[in-house]
Design a protein around this ligand. Structure first.
Ligand SMILES: *[C@@H]1O[C@H](CO)[C@@H](O)[C@H](O)[C@H]1NC(C)=O
Length: 419
């Protein structure tokens, strides 16, 4: 049996962090009162105290009945519209769905092929194979297996056009530990090779090839929640490491998982992301996921030849779960869906239903269209003027932006950019 590296020590770390968190969590839960219980199926513990205490409901000196009425009215309004931005309606065409539904999968486009990797089918089931979509005839096919020891979600992934580098990630379903194991796929032969493991495992680190080096930064640490700031790189060529070890690079200004990492015109950008994530419930034999409140951000940073991070114009709203939800088209970064800041009252996760464009000619952001629904961890491709997305987890409906169904659907629309 394959065991993810560092699972033992990771388990202990998670356990002790949780004793502390649980203690404060219980106090917070008492203060919070039972009316604000979370209802999503993935949520089973009180949220972490730092976020919740800062946002306690108004104190009880208001009249109870009046307050309840106001709350209901406000809640209805908020849940319908919270953080949706005005955006043009687009014509969406439904294509053939992926062979399996996927959440937190990964995707790489090479020419007319979209390679779609791994992901959760549901919270208790993870995929260990690749499906391939062909934009030429709009069909799925060419399924092949991943190495048994490769992570199943929260992967870092990037391609040079032939070789795909697959770095670290979560091994197994629910909220299991990460592995540092790293692989290379040769897409000419569909063969896999081992690669130099990352110094320590990470969840969903920002990953890119830049100036002949594979760069990996940020992500969550071994407990799945604590943001990592570390940044490593290693020289690579044709799917092989040219060095024995990863080297430390300038840390990322803000850590955490689920951001887009893009190289355009010799500059490296990291966009959006979050600090914090679901964690394994202490003592749970299945590493059951429990909610920890995350902070989603709109920050955009850029690294150029000076090797200093520069702050770029922020995204139109905080956006996370977008690591494979982007394409570069005509010197613009296009980002599809994601998650934004949690609902201010229910604390539920809020999905994003817009497409964003960051025009690198003008350094301006635009909201360029509405998706068929709000959806996170989309896997995005671009072919012949059309923007495609597949997979992810969609909202409960137009009036409820909280996550519900894991999807296999594939959609496309004509991409219209601001010049
Ligand atoms: C990209 O630029 C080319 C050349 O100017 C243009 O023909 C094409 O329509 C542009 N694509 C998009 C999506 O705007």
């Amino acid at each position: 049996m394959v065991k993810p590296a560092g699972k033992q020590s990771c388990g202990r770390l998670v356990f002790f962090s949780f004793l502390a968190l649980l203690a404060v969590g219980l106090v917070a839960d008492f203060l919070w009162a039972s009316s604000h219980r979370f209802s999503s199926s993935m949520i089973s513990l009180p949220s972490s105290v730092t976020t919740v205490v800062g946002k306690l409901p108004p104190s009880s000196n208001e009249k109870d009945t009046k307050k309840k009425k106001n709350d209901n009215a406000r809640e209805r309004k908020l849940s319908a519209t919270f953080q949706d931005l005005p955006a043009p309606q687009l014509h969406w065409e439904k294509m053939s769905p992926s062979p399996v539904p996927r959440l937190d999968g990964a995707a790489i486009q090479i020419r007319n092929f979209l390679y779609v990797f791994a992901g959760y089918g549901n919270i208790n089931l993870v995929h260990s194979h690749v499906d391939v979509y062909n934009f030429l005839d709009n069909t799925w096919g060419g399924r092949f297996d991943m190495p048994k020891e490769m992570a199943h979600s929260h992967l870092g992934m990037v391609t040079d056009g032939r070789y795909i580098y697959i770095v670290t990630g979560q091994y197994g379903p629910q909220c299991r530990g990460p592995t540092a194991k790293t692989f290379v796929l040769d897409t000419d032969t569909n063969t896999w090779r081992d690669f130099v493991p990352l110094p320590v495992p990470r969840y969903a680190p920002a990953t890119q090839l830049w100036r002949g080096r594979l760069h990996v930064m940020g992500g969550s640490k071994e407990n799945r929640h604590t943001p990592g700031l570390e940044h490593w790189s290693i020289a690579v060529k044709d799917g092989k490491a040219l060095e024995k070890e990863w080297r430390s690079e300038i840390p990322i200004p803000r850590g955490g998982p689920h951001r887009a990492c893009v190289v355009v015109d010799d500059k490296l950008f990291v966009l959006g992301g979050q600090e914090g994530d679901f964690m394994a419930k202490p003592g749970s034999p299945i590493f059951k996921c429990s909610r920890r409140l995350e902070v989603v951000f709109s920050d955009v940073y850029m690294l150029d030849e000076e090797m200093k991070w520069k702050v770029m114009p922020p995204m139109p709203k905080p956006d996370s779960h977008i690591e494979f939800a982007w394409k570069v088209v005509n010197n613009s970064i296009v980002i599809v869906g994601g998650t934004t800041e949690k609902h201010p009252e229910t604390k539920k996760m809020v999905l994003v239903g817009e497409i964003f464009q960051f025009n690198l000619n003008t350094m301006k952001w635009y909201v360029i269209g509405k998706l068929p629904y709000r959806v996170k961890t989309t896997l995005v491709g671009y072919w012949n003027g059309n923007l495609y997305f597949t997979s992810g987890q969609r909202d409960k409906g137009p009036d409820d932006p909280a996550p519900r169904k894991v999807i296999a659907e594939m959609w496309r629309t004509k991409l219209i950019l601001y010049p």
